[in-house]
Ligand binder design. Sequence first.
Ligand SMILES: Nc1ncnc2c1ncn2[C@@H]1O[C@H](COP(=O)(O)OP(=O)(O)OP(=O)(O)O)[C@@H](O)[C@H]1O
Length: 248
Amino acid sequence: MMNSTPDEFSSRAAVSARDLVVSRSGNEVLHGLTFEVPRGTVVGLMGPSGCGKTTLMRTIVGVQKIERGELTVLDHSPTDAGLRRKVGYVTQAVSVYRDLTVRDNAVYFAALQGFSKHDADRAIETVGLGEFADRPVENLSGGQASRASLACALVGEPELLVLDEPTVGLDPLTREDIWAHLRGLSEAGTTLLVSSHVMDEAARCDSVMLMRDGRLLAHLPPDDLLERTGKHSMEDAFLALIRTGGNR
Ligand SMILES: Nc1ncnc2c1ncn2[C@@H]1O[C@H](COP(=O)(O)OP(=O)(O)OP(=O)(O)O)[C@@H](O)[C@H]1O
């Protein structure tokens, strides 16, 4: 990577950051992150509460100001209007209208971005909610409601999907279900950046970015994390890495 030309660098990375510094309300929250998210991969963003995961995701989707450093998203500046149709973002809270049906939500999101009803229906099918399309979101289970949010982010078939804790509060079976959908999207070419508190979910990612206190401790494939720390579970491996501050 050190020897890459800018073109080679950009063509491989969906997101690349160099010395990225971000402040919120005057306090520096991200202290100089340098990383690359390769296109078509699933990257897990893990770390304790308050370490800066949401802030990083907000910066990538262009709603958080960059203080210093560089950030490129699909070869554009994150605030570039051309990215709006290429980047999907699902926040932690279920962001759909609970009194509307799944289809009406998806059609509304589609219309906002200039997509069709057909695009909305395809997104609903993608997340496996076809049979619930005419049901108000308030009458769905938690996992189904999460998938309804996901469907809204998928209407335009984004190239990059940024998901803030899509499985939080869900039971293991539903988590499994959501991850199967995410893996399917990745196999179809979408790049996914997914945050989670559940360290075992790291094992489902192609690589894991481990953050602590606004810094990146490591970015590596899950098997390498286990090997590097000599641990058998992601949880233990992460704790070991935190104790050494990311050093061997
Ligand atoms: N609006 C804000 N103004 C000032 N500081 C903020 C604001 N939102 C978050 N912070 C601070 O920024 C830091 C990072 O918060 P962030 O929400 O990015 O963490 P997180 O890793 O996503 O946490 P969690 O896993 O609990 O969602 C925290 O110290 C938090 O207190």
